[in-house]
Write a protein that binds this ligand. Structure first.
Ligand SMILES: Nc1nc2c(c(=O)[nH]1)N[C@H]1C(S)=C(S)[C@@H](COP(=O)(O)OP(=O)(O)OC[C@H]3O[C@@H](n4cnc5c(=O)[nH]c(N)nc54)[C@H](O)[C@@H]3O)O[C@H]1N2
Ligand SMILES: Nc1nc2c(c(=O)[nH]1)N[C@H]1C(S)=C(S)[C@@H](COP(=O)(O)OP(=O)(O)OC[C@H]3O[C@@H](n4cnc5c(=O)[nH]c(N)nc54)[C@H](O)[C@@H]3O)O[C@H]1N2
Ligand SMILES: [Mo]
Length: 839
């Protein structure tokens, strides 16, 4: 075992518990004890060290005089992310929402306001009571005028961790007490994947535990990382991240160095992971994976390298797919490597070589999600399952297919312990909202999330086998998501927003979503309240105490307090909180979990002990092989597909009759594509707007000290191939105007050979800061979603297609406009005069 052997260490834990059902949870009696005990003493609560958690890991914080002065990672975390050090900057920065505020013209005219002024960033400060009254009265008016289809309760995104304060639950419960409203399904992450995969493999495949990494380390000979960058992306977890996957990535790195494992990254760019592992890169043209995959499948078939027994025993529909591969269907094109080569840019011989390689080894395919955040994003996910089926290794240790190892520590063996529940997001059993109407006037009550802007005009769309009418909502409430960062095509959003009467945003940061809202309420950060969280999203490693580090800054309040006060306006505040305050909720969730775990044989200390110490850890459970049960007995452990088998051909999908998602995967040209594809004559570059290395989406973009380390002339970087840059007379550090028919932004040039010619990257999540509120206005900071398109992936999933985007760029000449994204609003009085804030 290597340097950071957790296996050995956990064996030590299990050894202690051998013979008893009760597993000890403390880290004592292990190799690492000495340092840990030392650190524990040094970081004791008496010394003003507090314990807490975050998406980017657990940590201890030193608090002196109500100020966080230092943050260190939790000792258990052997691969902490540097993002931890941004925590003080998240609490203290110039973009915090300080007071409840109302947009100037909305303050004067309410829902009759001039909506073209949205985004001009002029706001009037009001009291908490005034703000909540305004929001409440608007919700009354909306229910009375439009009914439940008038209000959109904004889908919750990457709200802070914490089971009691999880802000989405508060928003949902509060709104639900008042009346019914429009909800959402799916998400931006995996909309196409989670919709197609249940038809193909019976579950979403994306939000599930993956084969334990130890099986992969021990058995995999060829690891294919398809559109996957775990070294970058596993810094983050949905719950407090343990970073244990990195232990295995380090072991894989060792194996690669010794020639004991081959890792190939199939990606248009050189990823951070590939550089870390020092592994191989297989370039292909962006958005062309399906052509490449078909050619792999063609080779496996043509050269008789595929596993016929597996196909016969575990799949259905191969015979209906084969004619397409052979060119015997409508298009009459055989999907040979020679056919694929000009599309995907990979030489035909190399395609054949890869197919042979995959067939000759224990091959584990891992698919990331960037590939399906695309037009026709369903197809490469489906094709990957077909290739894996043809290889016949699904369900074997270290072989087969996974769609989850790129995310939140999936593949770290689960402990089996129960995790604490959360503050309820629904009404208590039998309780009804004040407005009970369920009349959505022929529209659906739940929409595919990424069609949220389409919904504003109440259009009808095809969706997953149905024809649905989207509700033309008039008011929206956002909390724990940054709609004006995550959503595509900003200028289109601006136009559509003219139809919305009232928008409320609850956040601790003055994001673009606040800037384009009418009523803004200041939440406090998760570091300004007490809570608890689960440690590890899929592994259930333990429970983390989240000590309040400092009192809420300015007039910010916890989401719990905000919605409790909202419930007061309904006379239902006691029902809202079930008669319990923050600490009582934390204790209750802990004790409920304690009781469950006792039943399972996991011992937890008393609440008081836990709270003082800061954490509980559980030992590893049994390693797991994904799809093994199905492989063992496909009749007894049938998949959740209509046939119970892997569906290479889906009769169900075929029955929908869609032209953009048929009964089996096919190659389809995209609405726009670089490398000779549509629109590339006008906009020759593929813009990939994948997830940022140094942030969580838009979170931490507000941290000035962090931004200083990666921005270029204060702007978000655009990564460009040096030859492409040279042709345009652009040098490292220049300002660049990036544009297409949808919008324009300023970014700062970073030249890098990691990006092949014709490809540029701007990480999503850069804060939107237009020069002014007008449609088409230049974005001064570099929000990639100014340029992306807002179309559904297909009639099946209607998911986000952000990565299907072409642009052009030029050196920016002249005096650059100042960045308007950060620092909060211009505070004005009701006459529009600027108000100087007294500190
Ligand atoms: N172009 C492009 N766009 C994309 C993507 C892409 O790849 N390319 N990826 C998409 C994906 S996968 C995702 S998941 C989305 C992410 O979209 P979001 O989840 O909306 O992104 P975040 O920036 O994390 O926004 C979370 C917001 O919640 C706020 N917040 C945090 N904690 C609290 C709290 O306790 N209370 C309250 N009230 N607010 C809080 C933060 O300040 C922040 O503004 O973006 C999507 N957009
Ligand atoms: N540091 C950090 N980590 C995160 C997040 C974050 O914001 N910051 N966000 C979290 C969230 S919400 C999510 S949903 C996950 C996202 O996880 P993913 O969606 O898996 O991650 P991305 O970084 O968007 O994309 C991964 C890879 O896809 C490749 N790719 C894109 N298009 C194509 C294509 O057409 N073909 C091929 N072969 N490759 C392509 C990109 O080059 C990139 O290397 O990450 C999570 N982790
Ligand atoms: Mo996501």
């Amino acid at each position: 075992m290597k340097n950071h052997s957790r296996r050995g260490f956990l064996k030590a834990i299990s050894a202690i518990s051998a013979g008893t059902l009760v597993a000890p949870i403390v880290l004592a009696n292990t190799n690492s004890v000495v340092t840990q005990n030392a650190e524990n003493i040094e970081h004791s609560i008496l010394d003003n060290w507090k314990f807490s958690g975050s998406h980017w890991g657990a940590f201890r914080a030193k608090v002196v005089g109500n100020k966080v002065t230092e943050v260190v990672p939790f000792e258990f975390d052997k691969f902490p992310s540097d993002l931890i050090y941004n925590i003080p900057g998240i609490i203290y920065n110039s973009s915090r929402v300080r007071y409840p505020m109302v947009r100037l013209d909305w303050f004067k005219n309410g829902h009759y306001s001039d909506r073209r002024q949205r985004g001009d960033n002029r706001f009037v400060r009001v009291s908490w009571d005034q703000a909540l009254d305004l929001m409440y009265n608007e919700m009354e008016r909306i229910q009375q005028t439009y009914g439940p289809s008038g209000l959109m309760r904004g889908h919750v995104g990457w709200r802070s961790v914490g089971q009691v304060h999880s802000c989405g639950n508060h928003m949902h419960r509060g709104i639900k007490m008042h009346g019914n409203s429009v909800g959402t399904m799916q998400d931006y992450s995996t909309g196409a994947g989670q919709t197609i995969m249940p038809y193909v493999m019976g579950t979403t495949e994306v939000y599930i535990q993956g084969t334990s990494w130890e099986y992969i380390v021990d058995n995999t000979e060829l690891l294919v990382m398809w559109a996957m960058d775990p070294i970058k992306n596993l810094q983050i977890g949905w719950n407090t991240e343990t970073h244990e996957s990195f232990i295995y990535l380090e072991q894989i790195k060792d194996k690669v160095a010794k020639g004991e494992m081959q890792v190939i990254s199939i990606d248009p760019i050189v990823t951070k992971t590939q550089k870390y592992l020092k592994s191989e890169h297989q370039y292909l043209n962006p958005l062309t994976d399906v052509a490449f995959q078909l050619a792999i499948a063609h080779t496996l078939w043509k050269e008789d390298l595929y596993d016929k027994d597996f196909i016969d025993t575990y799949t259905v529909g191969f015979e209906l797919f084969l004619p397409y591969l052979k060119g015997e269907t409508e298009d009459m094109v055989e999907k040979t490597p020679e056919w694929a080569e000009p599309i995907c840019g990979v030489p035909a011989d190399r395609i054949r070589e890869l197919a042979r390689l995959m067939a000759s080894k224990r091959t584990q395919i891992m698919v990331g999600w960037g590939i399906q955040r695309n037009q026709h994003g369903e197809q490469p996910f489906w094709m990957a399952a077909i290739i894996a089926s043809m290889l016949g290794q699904i369900g074997l240790p270290g072989g087969g297919i996974s769609y989850s190892h790129n995310y939140s520590g999936a593949g770290v063996t689960a402990t089996g312990a129960s995790m604490p529940g959360s503050f309820p997001l629904n009404l208590d059993f039998g309780r009804k909202p004040k407005y009970e109407s369920e009349d959505y006037k022929g529209a659906v009550s739940v929409i595919p999330l990424t069609r949220a802007i389409d919904a504003i005009d109440g259009r009808e769309i095809d969706f997953n086998g149905q024809r649905i009418k989207l509700p033309a909502y008039k008011m929206a409430v956002f909390s724990g998501s940054n709609h004006w960062a995550r959503h595509q095509d900003k200028n289109r959003m601006k136009r559509k927003y003219l139809e919305l009467e009232t928008i409320v945003s609850i956040d601790y940061n003055w994001t673009a979503t606040c800037r384009f809202a009418d009523i803004v309420l200041p939440a406090c950060t998760t570091y300004e309240r007490n809570d608890l969280d689960m440690y590890g999203t899929y592994c259930n490693r333990g429970i983390i105490a989240m000590h309040k580090l400092v009192d809420p800054l300015y007039q910010s309040r916890s989401d719990f307090d905000i919605w409790y006060d909202f419930a007061k306006r309904l006379g239902r505040e006691e029902e809202y909180c079930q008669g319990m305050n923050e600490m009582q909720w934390i204790e209750k969730l802990y004790n409920d979990c304690y009781a469950e775990n006792l039943q399972k044989g996991f011992y937890m200390p008393s609440f008081e002990e836990f709270w003082e110490k800061g954490y509980v850890l559980f030992p590893d459970g049994k390693p797991f092989v994904q799809h093994a049960a199905f492989r063992e007995d496909p009749e007894v452990n049938a998949l959740g597909t209509p046939s119970g088998f892997i569906e290479i051909y889906s009769r169900k999908i075929a029955s929908f009759g869609y032209d953009d998602c048929k009964g089996h995967p096919i190659w389809m040209e995209k609405s726009e594509r670089s490398h000779g594809g549509p629109k590339s004559d006008k906009f020759p570059f593929w813009l990939q707007s994948i997830h940022p290395d140094k942030r969580l989406h838009s979170q931490m973009c507000e941290v000035d000290s962090a931004r200083d380390r990666y921005t270029v002339q204060d702007r978000e970087p655009i990564y460009i191939n040096p030859i492409d840059a040279m042709r345009k007379g652009i040098e490292e550090g220049d300002l660049v105007r990036v544009f297409n028919d949808r919008g324009q932004l300023l970014a700062g040039a970073r030249l890098s050979n990691d990006y092949p010619q014709g490809i540029v990257r701007i990480h999503e999540g850069g804060w939107y800061g237009p020069v002014d509120e007008r449609i088409g206005s230049l974005d001064t900071y570099g929000d990639a979603n100014v340029l992306t398109q807002d179309i559904g992936s297909s009639k099946l999933a209607q998911a986000v297609s952000a990565n299907t985007c072409v642009v052009d760029f030029e050196k920016f000449e002249g005096i650059p406009p100042r960045v308007t994204a950060f620092g909060g609003p211009t505070m004005v009085d009701p006459d529009g005069n600027i108000v100087k804030e007294l500190s």
